[in-house]
Design a protein around this ligand. Structure first.
Ligand code: SAM
Length: 282
């Protein structure tokens, strides 16, 4: 199939009786240069097992299969799954897993083990939930290349003090080394989305030492950013995640280095959140 041709995509969708659903972010990548770039950044090796999230009609799948033998693709749309199974019938290494990747990735991991790499032009509505689900479960391939809405990429990479810096930025940066690898204009997709997209590359970076430290870190981030209007001290004071003793411990630790009567979570670096959690571990 010619993946650069909106005309051909429309014809395939019509022939298969597939109507596009906005909630599944079905914007197909028609820019050949962008597809090749994503694959180049992913750097697939012949022995790699790769997961693809949301293969759609297979614009990336077809390029990936040129390089590797095992590709597991998670696609929610039954019509697209039927198309992929027919179009790639000769590709013995391709396994298409029908359903919501958020519900299916864990059991696939338990059955098939950790993939070497993961990629996907992520559906805009679920991109943050997918990344968060990997973070919560301490799951990361050695390299993950995703296309996400530019606003989400800005939140993922935001630095302390900036308007985009949030609990999500802290969680992402606590677990991954993140690089942005270029922007894609709406015209790179069919149908065109209303937003710009950014290619991001994530690689695991172990900064948290133990499960106890991680639990405390997650609680600190959740409590810290629970109300952006409040200073950190007040968010901690009202957090149901901590005992009275822990709340006091946090304030005692913070008071050594900060003016806790003005300090906001947005001012604390990722490292500071980690150090704070580490100091709380008995
Ligand atoms: N990779 C294709 C491309 O680049 O042309 C399609 C990308 S399109 C932005 C997102 C794809 O993810 C769609 O095929 C959509 O059906 C699928 N999708 C959306 N939500 C999903 C979910 N929760 N689990 C699995 N696939 C999903």
């Amino acid at each position: 199939m010619n993946y650069e041709s909106p005309h051909e995509i429309k014809a395939v969708l019509e022939k298969c009786g597939i109507t596009l659903k906005k909630r599944w972010g079905q914007n197909f990548l028609i820019n050949r240069g962008a597809r090749e770039k994503i694959v180049r950044i992913l750097a697939p090796q012949p022995t790699d097992t790769i997961w693809e999230i949301g293969p759609g009609l297979g614009a990336l799948t077809v390029l990936l299969l040129d390089h590797i033998q095992i590709l597991i693709a998670f696609e929610i749309d039954r019509g697209l799954v039927r198309w992929l199974e027919a179009e790639f019938a000769g590709a013995s290494g391709l396994m298409v897993c029908q359903g919501d990747v958020l519900k299916n990735w864990m059991s696939m991991y338990q059955k098939q083990g950790m993939p070497d790499k993961i990629c996907g032009n992520l559906p805009y509505n679920s991109a943050s939930a997918i990344i968060l689900s990997f973070i919560r479960n301490d799951f990361s391939a050695q390299r993950m290349v995703f296309t996400v809405q530019r606003e989400l990429a800005n939140r993922i990479t935001a630095q302390p003090g900036s308007k985009n810096y949030s609990g999500f930025s802290v969680l992402c940066q606590s677990m991954f080394k993140i690089e942005t690898a270029g922007e894609l204009k709406p015209g790179s997709f069919f149908p065109q989305p209303d937003v710009l997209s950014t290619i991001i590359m994530l690689a695991p970076e172990k900064r948290i030492n133990s499960q106890e430290e991680k639990d405390l870190f997650f609680k600190l981030v959740r409590a810290g950013f629970s109300s952006r209007r409040k200073i950190l001290k007040n968010n901690i004071k009202h957090s149901p995640d901590f005992s009275a003793t822990q709340r006091q411990q946090i304030l005692d630790l913070l008071v050594n280095d900060y003016d806790i009567d003005t300090l906001r979570a947005e001012e604390l670096s990722v490292e500071s959140f980690i150090v704070l959690a580490r100091s709380m571990v008995k």
